[in-house]
Ligand binder design. Sequence first.
Ligand code: DOR
Ligand code: ZN
Length: 354
Amino acid sequence: MRHPPQSLTIRQPDDWHLHLRDGAVLQAILGDSARQFGRAIIMPNLRPPVTTTAQAAAYRARILGALAEVPDEAATRFQPLMTLYLTDHTAPDEILRACESGFVHGVKLYPAGATTHSDAGVTDLLGHCTGALEAMQRQGMPLLMHGEVTDPTVDLFDREAVFIERVMMPLRKAFPELKVVFEHLTTREGAQYVSEAPGPIAATITAHHLLYNRNALFQGGLRPHWYCLPVLKRETHRLALIEAATGASARFFLGTDSAPHPRGAKEQDCGCAGCYTAHHAMALYATAFEAVGRLERLEAFASLNGPAFYGLPVNTATLTLERADAAIPQELPMGDDVVVPLAAGESLPWRVRR
Ligand code: DOR
Ligand code: ZN
């Protein structure tokens, strides 16, 4: 019998979907991502949201300032790839400024009301945003989509599948050359659509949607730290995501959607959506890939497919994962608060070599 590998060295990965927040929280969590990833696409859902290139420049400067304080030489090379938050009023000129900046790499669609800090989001994509979308299509600026409808009559677990029919397909018919990233894919329908659809489309997949199904939310009681949006789905969907992430298509790549909230904001009568996974992200992904015997596919998913879609070079550095019984801390300091990482108190069979 072949011995399982004791280590795995891959090109340094990137995180194509990350929430870094701001201020003291940013300072506390940034090192977790910067120690593993070369670059990350930084989500713009601050309060107020990052809707202009000038705001993205200021946010980027704050991230780089925080990075300079991370006490870890290897982490200081991390590059934040900025995004704009699309609104009903985003002007085509703003898209041109974003393209010319060189540091904005995507424009994020939050359907208004779909998730955390999405109230300033889009109410009617094809009704209000065609000017911005035309400019994006022309300039090759990707649209990063939170793919869920907000119609309260649609069951929460069906909102991604319904989004494909109601929003994604009409959008791509109207803008067939627009580069689209279907963010944090969670369903079989989504995986099938992205695999087969014509034109420039890709998808990010989180580690938690590869490792857990919706039972995790209710195992032994109601578990708020497993709650995120789009919510965890049935096992058949998890299996379809595993197939997509570990398969041959270059359209699927890594996006943690790591989204920290203070412990108290999760453990309350109306808890926030978001799982904090940045701390042990690559160990989670390696565990998911190894569980189906596809560890050798991790590099394409984590380090090669994303840069290819975004038109960026592959990182030159490498990252080594080593087999080790690695405990996930019960909580981590976060500014004046603490954050509970996903699967706190459990252990993983991999860790990143320091
Ligand atoms: O679970 C989530 N948390 N989903 C999102 O779309 C946003 C994120 C956050 O910002 O907390
Ligand atoms: Zn997100």
